[in-house]
Design a protein around this ligand. Sequence first.
Ligand code: PGA
Length: 226
Amino acid sequence: MKKIYIVANWKSNLTSAEANSWLQRFKNYDLRIMNKEIIICPPYTLFAEVESRIKNQELRIKLGAQDVSPFDEGAYTGEVSAKQIKEFADFAIIGHSERRQNFKEDDKTIDRKIDQAFRNSLNVILCISDIKQIQNSEFRIQNSNSKLIIAYEPLFAIGSGNPDTPENANNAAEKIKEIINAPVLYGGSVTPENVNGFTTMDNIDGVLVGGASLDAQEFYKIIQKA
Ligand code: PGA
């Protein structure tokens, strides 16, 4: 049975009170779903609180960051280093299309972020919307103990309510696996209704969920149906 990753990307959403009530709902949910790895990626402001709640409630959920600084610790105002992230999280999303577009992140910067993450033992969820984004990539994973996961997220599908078809996503995942031996997730308008169409495809190993992860009940339905 393949392992399925279900990743929540909260983006710049949720206050501390909102995150608490999200986690409170999870108290009643059964997460002992054997082959599923659940990862939530809150904003940095919520890391400490979410981490301690996960521990207190003994939830089978791992934490991820939504980004990583391309620099070591030091004089880089506003950045959060991989070393700091590693205190709380095991995973980091890198190269999300919203960062590529809104913050002009190029492949070189993304390679540096991946390098920082790997050097600090963070597992990387590398987002791509086009296979060229890994064909040109220079990062090296051979000497790393970290896992690399690719999330295929076509631009038209993100936040649009218009997901790709499972067949297209599966074809893209197959091509990605010809280049990199890594699990491949699909992301873009995933809902409880469509998740199973993706996760039952041969080459798709899970989903990255934005909008539908903000509601605990919706996200739990996705976990159940994936
Ligand atoms: P969405 O976002 O599920 O809201 O489409 C996915 C993502 O941006 O990772």
